[in-house]
Design a binder for this molecule. Structure first.
Ligand code: MRU
Length: 365
């Protein structure tokens, strides 16, 4: 079986939570800021709307922001093609659009990966008919949606083996259908294990300051009738000390070739705690999350976000206005704390420098 092989019934089942919809050539994004109160879609077809949607986290999660940006770039290509530009000007303007989208969030490498693919296709494509070329770019971006879901289902299939038949699994942030094009990475593993009849408790870190765990992961699991247990981030250590966690599984925004991995702030703390309690700690991510250009986690750019994410909860200011705030959105977990990286080719094990290189060599172009 090819590592991209997934049966179509299963693929159809993933349609329950879809963060991206394409309707009449328009790119609609599930507004994740409004979950769990409301399910609303935001029209991000225009370049500036897509840029803002990624920056303001209407859409968030490394794999899905990559695909969303690719669709945004292709939509911009369609707009430029209809503006009657010469080929050189078309490519120059598309390049500016690519750079703008890539600047929206710096840590997730999928954003660069997906927009570079669309741009390279534009440079190599048939420049005699720009409208046709732009349609091809849009079709290529749409195909990334199904490719991502297929990759996630393979991640789920490989990863289900690390989930116990019963007991406890801890996850951080949201690495689910909402953070991908469907099924999810870390939550994809949880879903696949659940599909195999395993019945375990899923503990979900709240994930300060944006509460992706509390707002998104709990909501998403409940859609599949998996009832999670929510904890605040500070409870994870005591939960482990109580022997209620058998495995930790999280996603990633960028993985260096030595296996160091950036993920939502707080992941490193969970990894250290897991190590101290002798609990396996897994990362689930597609190969597009591996940055082949960097050797270790020190080279991963870490996004810092506005202070208000920390100083305000809901409408309530929780600290004096003079206070200084540091708000890194991600941290880096060193490879030595990672038991395995679950990707669509299988579970990569240390030494990661070798296993990652072998997995990348297996990946289609
Ligand atoms: O700031 P966010 O919500 O975009 O951060 C998301 C994460 O850190 C996820 O764990 C990561 O992108 C993996 S998603 C499959």
């Amino acid at each position: 079986m090819s590592f991209m092989s997934v049966d179509s019934d299963k693929l159809a089942r993933t349609s329950c939570v879809r963060p991206i919809k394409i309707e009449d050539g328009r790119v609609l994004l599930l507004d994740q800021r409004k979950i769990p109160e409301r399910v609303e879609y935001f029209d991000a077809t225009a370049l500036s709307d897509m840029f803002n949607a990624i920056k303001d986290m209407i859409v968030r999660g490394a794999p899905v922001i990559g695909v969303a940006a690719a669709l945004g770039l292709a939509s911009e290509g369609r707009r430029l093609a209809h503006a009657g530009l010469a080929q050189r000007e078309f490519i120059e303007k598309l390049d500016l659009a690519r750079k703008k989208l890539q600047s929206s969030r710096p840590t997730a490498v999928n954003l660069r990966w997906a927009t570079d693919l669309i741009f390279e296709k534009a440079c190599k494509g048939n420049s005699a008919n720009l409208s046709l070329l732009a349609d091809e770019l849009f079709a290529a971006a749409i195909s990334m949606v199904e490719d991502d879901i297929r990759a996630n289902m393979m991640i789920g299939r490989h990863g289900a083996s690390v989930i116990p038949d019963e007991g406890g699994v801890l996850t951080h942030c949201n690495a689910g259908a909402l953070a991908t094009c469907g099924w999810g990475t870390a939550l994809g593993v949880i879903r696949s294990a659940w599909d195999h009849g395993k019945r375990f408790n899923v503990y979900v870190d709240e994930t300060r300051p944006r509460q992706q765990g509390a707002r998104l992961t709990t909501w998403e699991l409940l859609q599949d009738n998996i009832t999670p247990t929510l904890i605040t981030d500070s409870m994870a250590g005591y939960l482990m000390a109580q022997r209620r966690i058998d495995v930790v599984i999280v996603g990633a925004d960028r993985i260096a070739t030595n296996g160091d991995a950036a993920n939502k702030i707080g992941t490193y703390t969970v990894a250290v705690l897991a190590h101290a309690h002798n609990i396996p700690f897994y990362i689930a991510a597609p190969l597009s999350t591996i940055d082949p250009h960097i050797e270790n986690g020190d080279q991963i750019p870490i996004e810092e976000r506005e202070a208000s994410e920390v100083t305000v909860i809901g409408d309530q200011k929780i600290c004096p206005p003079e206070v200084h705030v540091w708000n890194p959105a991600f941290d880096v977990t060193p490879a030595r704390l990672v038991s395995g990286i679950i990707c669509q080719t299988g579970i990569l094990r240390p030494p990661y420098t070798e296993s990652i290189q072998a997995a990348l060599a297996q990946a289609p172009d």
